[in-house]
Design a protein around this ligand. Structure first.
Ligand code: P6P
Length: 335
């Protein structure tokens, strides 16, 4: 059947989206087009990201950047590119972006979809050439198409997502997304300008031996978390923390592991944002057989109360997320 063809490694993203369009009960054409718009913007951001270093020294070779103005920060450029692709695509009515304080109302009378996006997460890593990522969530608007955007359109729980994904600008550039029918990974071939299916039907290992947490703030962790981390050391797990959420998450999804950004006394809700970081990765995680909580409840169940609200994040292999929660519940003081 065509669906089997869809999973043959090497199929392009465009072809995959088209074949899998039957997965959507309605508005299939629009969601497919929206996914293509996001893929297009990620190709442009990929090019800008790879040029960033050169652009900075462009002057030395007599070039100026395309805008002919001061080289903008890459996350600003990424935001512009995604905003442009999403508004030109015609499917989106509103956008919540890490880069904009307010909701962006595209005044699009026919747009059915709302997008929450972090155009370039971890952009502080660009100058030191470490992988960075784009994270996005897609929702159907709640209020009638064509009516003014209401707050309930943009503040939906993660469980309402119709699709979510990330782009990892790493040693190779990958686009990984779900529409609620499993998770598929595509690798970009720049010479052809195409994403090719490289990781069909991604499934996370149920357990793992990699933990990702910034131990520099260990002294601010709750006792249960401290005990869990001590246990990881006793078991000689690998500590892997890149400082780029998408890169840490992607590696843990493939190899098994847990990423933790906890609440601390200094940051009672952690650091990561619910609407355009945690929700998207939580949807991917659950669709790949992994788990995502704020330490107490599923990320996807959290009812947002503000656009840029933060949430603690425990995400990765089910057994690891469950085990750290057990330690925190028992609040096992360090023996
Ligand atoms: P810290 C990057 O700024 C980011 O949002 C994530 O990509 C990353 O995992 C985290 O923050 C790093 O934060 O406090 O450990 O430097």
């Amino acid at each position: 059947d065509k669906s089997g063809l869809a999973y043959s490694v090497g199929v392009t993203l465009d072809r995959f989206i088209k074949i899998k369009q039957e997965d959507f009960t309605f508005a299939s054409g629009e969601l497919s087009q929206l996914l293509r718009d996001i893929a297009l913007a990620s190709k442009i951001v990929n090019r800008e990201t790879n040029r960033a270093g050169l652009a900075n020294i462009g002057g030395a070779f007599g070039q100026t950047n395309v805008q002919g103005e001061e080289q903008q920060k890459l996350d600003v450029i990424a935001n512009i590119r995604f905003m442009r692709a999403l508004s030109k695509g015609g499917e989106v009515c509103a956008i919540v972006s890490e880069e904009d304080d307010e909701v962006i109302d595209l005044q699009n009378k026919s747009g059915k979809y709302v997008v929450a996006i972090d155009p370039l997460d971890g952009s502080s890593n660009i100058d030191v050439n470490i992988s960075i990522g784009t994270i996005f969530s897609i929702y159907r608007r709640i209020t009638p198409v064509g009516s003014p955007i209401q707050i309930e359109d943009v503040m939906q729980p993660g469980a309402n997502q119709v699709a979510s994904g990330y782009v990892l600008y790493g040693s190779s550039t990958m686009l990984v997304y779900t529409t609620g029918h499993g998770v598929n990974g595509f690798t970009y071939e720049p010479s052809l300008g195409e994403f090719f299916l490289s990781h069909p039907n991604m499934r996370a290992p149920q357990n793992g031996k990699i933990y990702s947490v910034n131990e520099g703030t260990y002294n601010h962790f709750d006792d249960g978390l401290k005990s869990y981390i001590q246990e990881c050391k006793k078991r000689e797990y690998s500590a892997r923390y890149i400082g780029s959420l998408v890169a840490d998450f992607h590696r843990n999804l493939l190899k098994g592991g847990i990423y933790i950004y906890p609440a601390t006394a200094k940051a009672p809700n952690g650091k990561l944002r619910l609407l355009y970081e945690a929700n998207a990765l939580a949807f991917i995680a659950e669709q790949a057989g992994a788990k995502a909580t704020d330490g107490k409840q599923r990320i996807l169940e959290i009812m947002p109360s503000s656009l840029h609200q933060r949430t603690p994040l425990y995400i990765g292999s089910v057994k690891m997320v469950d085990e750290v929660a057990q330690y925190q519940k028992n609040n096992i003081a360090i023996v």
